[in-house]
Design a protein around this ligand. Structure first.
Ligand code: CP3
Length: 357
């Protein structure tokens, strides 16, 4: 895609939305809040719609259903941002490596481990295959309340590659590491292909109406420094440069989960606007080291949200008091877990909305 993009206009200009102001580092009346996996199995209305849709991918690929489940948490809790309902693994599915989601296992794919299999993947069919996702994005822009920003997303090349090579989730990403360590050139071809098609995919989401983008690198923290640089940092730098060229006004949030002190290198070297930090990062360190470089998003423990009560209140207030004075977006350190009581989410949103900088 070569032309520059402009998002469709709505009653409230995108530029005035609290979430987008925070991503640009502008002052806001209070910190914006949204939660990773805010649509999902902790909501009874999600489970109902999921049952109607059939498979998980049917839910992602049917705009009517995907729009509905994206809106469910917005109606209930009034978050400042909504995230497109889809999954990071629609990319392998679109490349011709079919994905299915199995109860109790998660995603299952036929593993790709040879150069010939990588060369057989077809980057040219990705945008056509994902047309329903773009319809969902434009439908959401029309349906969302004026003040609610719309986030598009994708998985980072390394994290998506771990599922493509391993065929499913694994505790140590062993299969992807084996291919990367034993056949570095073959593995690099996969990373390069993913970097290219992920750029196409994110740009098309912006054309359809996404106002900010988040890139999830869930397994970045399992790599030794030189490989983190090669398979996470460098692809993200290229991706960010392409987005800056094609959609310069759209802020980008990176989430290289579990990388510790390398969060600093990541935000410095990739040029992203904001960084989402996991639960293990000390908010005081993030305020001192990361906030001068960009907006920080995070990092309540999803299990403190399950616990609720004083634990949740104290944990949330500690984060707000430490990070809430700089450019900040309240979020979790990782996604909401299915056994989260929805009432706790309601209490958390109230607490953040009442907190004053
Ligand atoms: O509300 C939202 O956050 C938007 C939708 C969203 C989903 N997945 C929906 C989903 C987003 C942003 C994701 C990202 C995603 N998907 C990541 C990166 C973030 C993270 O959580 O680390 C990863 C690694 C995946 C891959 C994936 N999808 C796995 C490993 C699983 C199975 C585990 C699980 O939680 O069930 C999924 C399935 C999935 N994606 C569900 C949802 C709501 C549950 C599926 C169901 O309803 O049965």
């Amino acid at each position: 895609m070569t032309s520059k993009t402009a998002a469709p206009s709505t009653a409230l200009q995108s530029s005035e939305k609290r979430f987008l102001k925070a991503l640009r580092g502008e002052p806001t009346d209070r910190p914006p809040i949204w939660l990773m996996r805010q649509a999902g199995r902790y909501l009874p209305e999600y489970k109902e719609r999921r049952a109607v849709a059939g498979s998980f991918l049917d839910l992602c690929y049917t705009p009517e259903h995907a729009i509905e489940v994206t809106l469910q948490p917005i109606r209930r809790f009034g978050f400042d941002a909504s995230i497109l309902f889809s999954d990071i693994l629609v990319i392998p599915d679109a490349l011709g490596q079919p994905v299915r989601f199995e109860e109790g296992i998660g995603p299952v794919l036929e593993p790709i481990t040879t150069a010939a299999q990588i060369d057989a993947l077809d980057g040219d069919r990705v945008l056509d295959h994902l047309m329903p996702v773009f319809k969902t994005v434009s439908g959401l822009r029309a349906a969302l309340p004026d003040e609610t920003a719309l986030i598009g997303f994708a998985g980072a090349p390394w994290t998506v590659a771990t599922y493509m090579v391993g065929g499913r989730g694994s505790p140590d990403q062993g299969a992807a590491k084996a291919l990367g360590y034993n056949e570095p050139e073959t593995f690099q071809r996969l990373i390069d292909l993913l970097t290219e098609v992920t750029g196409d995919y994110l740009i098309a989401q912006v054309v359809a109406g996404a106002e900010a983008l988040q890139i999830f690198d869930t397994w970045a923290g399992s790599l030794p420094a030189p490989y983190f640089r090669k398979w996470c940092l460098e692809p993200m730098r290229r991706l960010r440069a392409r987005l800056a060229d094609q959609c310069p006004n759209v802020p980008v949030i990176g989430f290289p989960k579990g990388v510790g002190a390398s969060y600093e290198t990541y935000i410095r070297e990739t040029g992203i606007n904001a960084i989402s930090i996991d639960t293990g990062v000390d908010p005081a360190w993030a305020a001192k080291v990361l906030q001068p470089l960009g907006t920080v998003q995070g990092n309540l423990d999803p299990l403190a949200l399950v616990a609720g009560g004083e634990t949740m209140r104290e944990s949330a207030l500690h984060i707000l008091d430490t990070l809430g004075h700089g450019p900040f977006v309240f979020n979790l350190g990782h996604g909401i877990v299915p056994h989260t009581p929805p009432e706790h989410v309601g209490e958390l949103v109230e607490l953040v909305k009442e907190w004053k900088p």
